[in-house]
Each structure stands twice: as C-alpha cells, then as structure tokens.
Design a protein around this ligand. Structure first.
Ligand SMILES: NC(=O)c1ccc[n+]([C@@H]2O[C@H](COP(=O)([O-])OP(=O)(O)OC[C@H]3O[C@@H](n4cnc5c(N)ncnc54)[C@H](O)[C@@H]3O)[C@@H](O)[C@H]2O)c1
Length: 446
C-alpha cells in the first residue's frame, strides 16, 4: 500500500504532481481555495491547458480526491506537497502570502507529518517556516524543500523524467521519506540542506535566463555585423561545456517562472546586502528585447499610428494557455501607445487574453487576424504558424511585413512566400529583395 499524499494548490505544479503520484499508485487529496476550480476538477474538467494532463487525471480518477478543506488533506495524508503561487510583488520580492496562509490553516496535527515545499520560494523561507512551526508547538511537523523544475507544455514528461530531484531537509529521515516517493523515477537525487535546495531552484532559473539574454545580445550584435545567429548558436551549442538548450534567440524569456524567479533572486541578494550585477543586466536585456520588435516594425512602416499589426501567439509559449508575463502583454500596450490597431490570435488562450489584453481585437482564425493587416508578428511559436507560408494568408495582408520574434520560419522560405521578413539576429529582407511576382500591392517605407 503506497503512502497517501496531499497536494495543496491545484495549479500547474499541483495538478501535475497529483496526476503523476496517483499514476505511481498513491492516493492523493488535492486541496484548492477556489470553489469553481474544485467543482470543475470533480466534474472531470481541467481548468488549465497542459497536454496529456486531463487524460492522466481521468485515468487515475479513483485515486484522486478534490477538496476545499485543509482538514481533509491531513485526515488522509501525512505528507503534503505545497504548490501554491508565489507571484512577484511590486518590489520584485516573492509574495509568500499563500505559503503563510497554508501554515495558518494547518489543522491540529498529532502524528508526524511532513510539509514538502514545491512552490519556488526565496532562500531562507524554510528556515522561517521551521521557526514558526516550532513556535507553535509543531516541532513534530517536518519541513522539506523539494523544488519543482517542470516546464509548462511538457510538464508530465518533465515530472516523470527530471534531470534531477532535489530534496533539502532539516531532518535526514524526512528527506529519506520524500526521496523514497520518487523511487519510480530513475534520476540523480541531490540531498541538501533546506537553504541550498531553495537556492538550486532560483540559481537554475537565473542561469537559464542568463543564457537566453546572452544569446539575445549576440543576436543583436549579429544584426549589426552581418553574422547569422542561428549558425553562431549551432556552433556554440555543440560545445559540451555550453550546450545547445536555451540558446535560441527571440523576444526574451517570459512566463510564470523565469521573470519572477530571476527578479526574486536579484532582490533576495539585494536584501542580503549583495548587488547581483549580472542579473540586473540579464533582466534589462530581456526587457529591451521585447521592445526591439516595435523598432523592426517602424523600420519598415514608419510611424505606426493607424497601422494594423497582428500579434500571433498570445500565451507565453506554445501548448499552454498561460498568459503570465507573456511577451504579448508588453507588445500590445507598446503598439497601442504608438497608435496602432492591434489584433491578436492564439489557438488556446483567447479567453485568457480577453481579460489580459484590453484594446486588442482578438481573432479566432489566422486569416481573420491577417486580413488587411500592415504587419504580423510571431510572438509565440505555435506549430500552426508554419501555415503562414500559405499564399492565401500572405495575400490577405495589406502589406506583407512579417516580424518573426521566435525565428520560427526559414528566412528563404518566408521570402519566397512573398514576405518582407525580419527575424532575430538573422539577415533581414527589404521590399527590393522580394521575388518580382510577389510584389505587394502597397509599398512599405524604405
Ligand atoms: N508553472 C510552472 O511551470 C512552475 C514550474 C516550477 C515551479 N513553479 C512554482 O510552483 C508554484 C505554483 O505554481 P503554479 O504555476 O502551479 O501556480 P498556479 O497559479 O497555476 O496554481 C496555484 C494554485 O494554488 C491555489 N491556492 C492559492 N492559495 C492556496 C491555499 N492557501 N491553499 C490551497 N490552494 C491555494 C490557487 O487557487 C491555484 O489554483 C509557484 O511557486 C511557481 O513558481 C511553477
């Protein structure tokens, strides 16, 4: 009989954790504070878009229970994973109010119980929680830091095939108990103290963000010097000391984790009296990278007032409907501020975009988004956007200016399809370079 488990917070991390542990044979009680979320889950509807998740939850339905009550979790389970949000505050520090609320809501616990922190928290959080538990006479409640490294859109695979599992504990036996839960997964387990485990997560995300900002700066220099960043990244990435992952130039890192975790680490360092200069630059490069798209549009169109620009892909990455810190949230207001008419298209995030992107005309099809548009920007690399090469889509535009913020398309193919094509760190084309037969109706500004 496998150990019953609790999961507190039914979002991306919580639901994936619940589905995977249920699939390993555990009974799992999932608690959330949003009644509608729990109702939907009970009815078999998954409130987030994550490939394979609804199927895995359905397949293990008999072992998963949903509840609004914290007491239900600890009635059945002695180990509870905490996967509540830790969003950024205006100061850039992580907002830990949901974590503290979990502690406040803990019921009477007589038996040995372990709280396992999967939420990403600042270094030192575990120490503070330990202190609070002890002060409340809950010394028999253990605390383990077990940061999560999954990425949305590949979350189930990532959970079951992680590069490593990190377990940081105050008490070795608690760490052993948590490490044992992961026995079905073959991967190195890094055992650490709590502070080091917390830092592994923040430092890993900060390093990934640094890689992205680095290759984006190389891309920008390539644009000035005539080098092609795709070839540069390929040549660099084959060096095993560098590696090819996260070496793809684009419009910057985004999403619910990297931006907030990088800023939180910078602030954490600052709060501790250390000025983390490198991260300051990484963040600034990332902010500017999104805005460079607007410069590329203006280079061809001149002032954008009255020009129609279609933003293609509104979620922060393909195969998710997560809009948190998506580049579209920066690009749309920037373009609206220039007086452009902004349209948006996304295959799964239109509902979320309705609330997040005020003033943007949302379109259900690519054709509707492109009709009579002066420019289109690939913001998220959805597979569907390979279809932009179809003649009817290119022909629907008033001027065929395509800014590929993800280097999704092959420049020669885009040009052959009749686009004036701009990407990141690769040679741009102007109107004169279009094949004669593809001369667009309306001239772009040279
Ligand atoms: N999303 C990711 O890709 C990812 C990856 C690794 C780590 N993380 C980290 O994991 C944590 C959770 O992220 P997420 O993306 O799953 O968040 P999310 O916003 O998708 O889900 C969090 C859930 O917790 C619920 N909640 C809030 N307070 C609660 C409480 N007191 N009790 C029970 N439920 C509560 C919310 O209603 C929500 O359903 C964050 O710290 C995040 O940084 C996220």
């Amino acid at each position: 009989m496998k150990e019953p488990l609790g999961v507190i917070g039914a979002g991306w991390v919580g639901l994936v954790t619940a589905a995977c542990f249920a699939d390993f044979g555990h009974e799992v009680v999932v608690r959330d504070v949003v009644p509608q979320r729990i109702e939907e889950l009970e009815a078999g509807r998954v409130p987030i878009f994550e490939p394979g998740l609804s199927e895995l939850l359905a397949a293990n339905r008999d072992r998963i229970h949903y509840t609004l009550e914290m007491a239900d979790v600890f009635e059945r389970a002695r180990i509870a994973f905490v996967s509540v949000p830790t969003p950024p505050t205006h100061s850039g520090d992580a907002d830990l109010s949901a974590v503290w609320r979990v502690l406040d809501e803990l019921p009477e616990l007589d038996e040995r119980t372990i709280i396992v922190m999967k939420s990403t928290v600042p270094v030192g959080t575990g120490e503070k929680v330990r202190h609070e538990l002890d002060a409340r006479g809950l010394a028999h409640v253990g605390y383990v830091s077990n940061p999560e490294f999954l990425a949305e859109s590949t979350a189930l695979w990532d959970f079951k095939h992680p590069d490593r599992i990190v377990v940081g504990a105050f008490d070795r036996a608690d760490g052993d108990t948590v490490a044992t839960l992961y026995e079905p997964i073959e991967t190195p387990v890094v055992r650490a103290d709590v502070a080091s485990a917390e830092m592994v997560k923040l430092a890993s995300n900060a390093f990934l963000a640094t890689k992205i900002s680095f290759i984006n700066e190389i891309a920008n220099v390539c644009e000035e010097t005539g080098a092609d960043v795709s070839l540069v990244a390929e040549g660099m990435g084959l060096d095993r000391r560098i590696g090819s992952l996260f070496l793809r130039p684009g419009i910057g890192y985004s999403g619910s984790c990297l931006p907030k975790d990088v800023t939180a680490l910078k602030q954490l360092a600052g709060n501790s009296g250390y000025h983390f200069q490198l991260l300051t630059a990484v963040i600034e490069v990332n902010e500017l990278q999104k805005r460079r798209v607007v410069g590329k549009l203006m280079k061809h169109l001149g002032p954008l007032r009255g020009k129609t620009v279609a933003l293609l892909g509104l979620a922060f990455k393909p195969n998710t409907n997560d809009m948190r810190d998506a580049p579209s949230l920066i690009l749309a207001p920037r373009l609206l501020a220039e007086g452009a008419v902004v349209r948006g298209w996304d295959p799964v995030a239109l509902e979320e975009a309705q609330q997040a992107l005020r003033g943007v005309e949302l379109k259900e099809t690519l054709l509707d988004a492109l009709k009579d548009a002066d420019a289109a920007v690939i913001v998220t690399e959805w597979d569907e956007l390979a279809g932009l090469l179809a003649p009817e889509l290119r022909a629907a535009m008033r001027t065929p200016l395509l800014v590929d913020g993800r280097n999704l398309l092959d420049p020669d193919a885009a040009r052959a399809a009749g686009y004036v094509y701009e990407s990141i760190g690769r040679a741009a084309h102007d109107l004169d370079s279009l094949p004669e037969t593809e001369e667009p109706e309306t001239k772009l500004r040279r």
